[in-house]
Design a protein around this ligand. Structure first.
Ligand SMILES: NC(=O)c1ccc[n+]([C@@H]2O[C@H](COP(=O)([O-])OP(=O)(O)OC[C@H]3O[C@@H](n4cnc5c(N)ncnc54)[C@H](O)[C@@H]3O)[C@@H](O)[C@H]2O)c1
Length: 247
């Protein structure tokens, strides 16, 4: 028996990095997955040969995204037991140079879409009394980083939104948690890692002494999605090699 046998999961931002790893790990554990991403080519490259994964091209921040995504999952998977709000973007810049548009864009994808898609999924998540919402926060849900003030704001908001949803949805047996990855090797982190000083900083900030891999975040998502985690709700789980606790 695998950990997610019979479960039906939506994973957003599934074409790359952490979302791709989560989708694969969920399918390996027996779940049927709807993998959602903006980029059709990436979805194809990732899942053309995959068992148990169907794909949907959608922008999570679009007005009609919640209905489109949740309806597709209901039609293709027969319902929704697990929602992973993983799609996220980063825009870096010195605080005084950041624009209103950049603020709205980041908050629209990283926070507003999470709120709206979660709300649309609740009627399905309630059905079996064991729903799961897993949101992608970050080490930046607790900390601030240079030139990342909007991104950090969005990830602090993920923490607040997760806790609020955990409180309101617990009565339906739905748990809501957020993952707090440290520095993980993906397309998102690649441009930052081109700076050797930045890379060395994050390698040494983690007591484990290296950057993380998407599979290591996916393993934590499998735990939060599993039956074993039924009494874990409203928490942020660090997957950062210990970076956050080291002064
Ligand atoms: N990589 C890290 O070091 C790190 C650390 C902490 C938190 N995170 C968080 O983990 C999540 C995944 O990050 P990643 O590193 O795998 O990123 P990534 O850039 O490698 O992949 C993100 C995926 O999301 C998709 N996406 C972006 N905007 C979208 C939208 N509007 N609609 C649908 N899909 C969209 C992209 O096309 C891409 O395939 C993000 O929320 C990110 O903030 C990443």
């Amino acid at each position: 028996m695998s950990k997610l046998d019979g479960k039906r999961a939506i994973v957003t931002g599934a074409g790359n990095g952490i979302g791709l790893a989560v989708s694969r790990a969920f399918a390996e554990q027996g779940a049927d997955v709807l993998a959602v991403d903006l980029d059709e080519d990436d979805l194809q490259a990732a899942f053309a040969e995959a068992d148990r994964v169907s794909t949907l091209v959608a922008d999570v921040s679009a007005d009609d995204a919640p209905a489109t995504i949740v309806d597709a999952a209901a039609a293709q998977l027969g319902g929704v037991d697990i929602l992973v709000n993983n799609a996220g973007i980063v825009i870096a810049g010195a605080f005084e140079t950041l624009t209103d548009e950049q603020f709205d864009t980041i908050m629209g994808v990283n926070v507003r879409a999470m709120f709206r898609i979660s709300r649309a999924a609740v009627p399905h998540l309630k059905e079996r009394g064991r729903g799961r919402i897993i949101n992608l926060g970050s080490i930046m849900s607790d900390l601030a980083g240079p030139e990342l003030s909007i991104y950090g704001t969005s990830k602090h908001a993920v923490a607040g939104l997760t806790k609020g949803m955990a409180v309101d949805l617990g009565r339906y047996g739905i748990t809501v948690n957020y993952l707090q990855p440290g520095s993980i090797v993906t397309k998102m982190s690649e441009p930052f890692m081109d700076d050797p000083e930045f890379k060395a900083y994050w390698e040494s900030k983690a007591p484990i002494g290296r950057l993380g891999q998407p599979d290591e975040v996916a393993a934590a998502a499998v735990f939060l999605a599993s039956e074993e985690a039924q009494f874990v709700s409203g928490v942020g789980l660090n997957v950062d090699g210990g970076a956050i606790v080291q002064f």
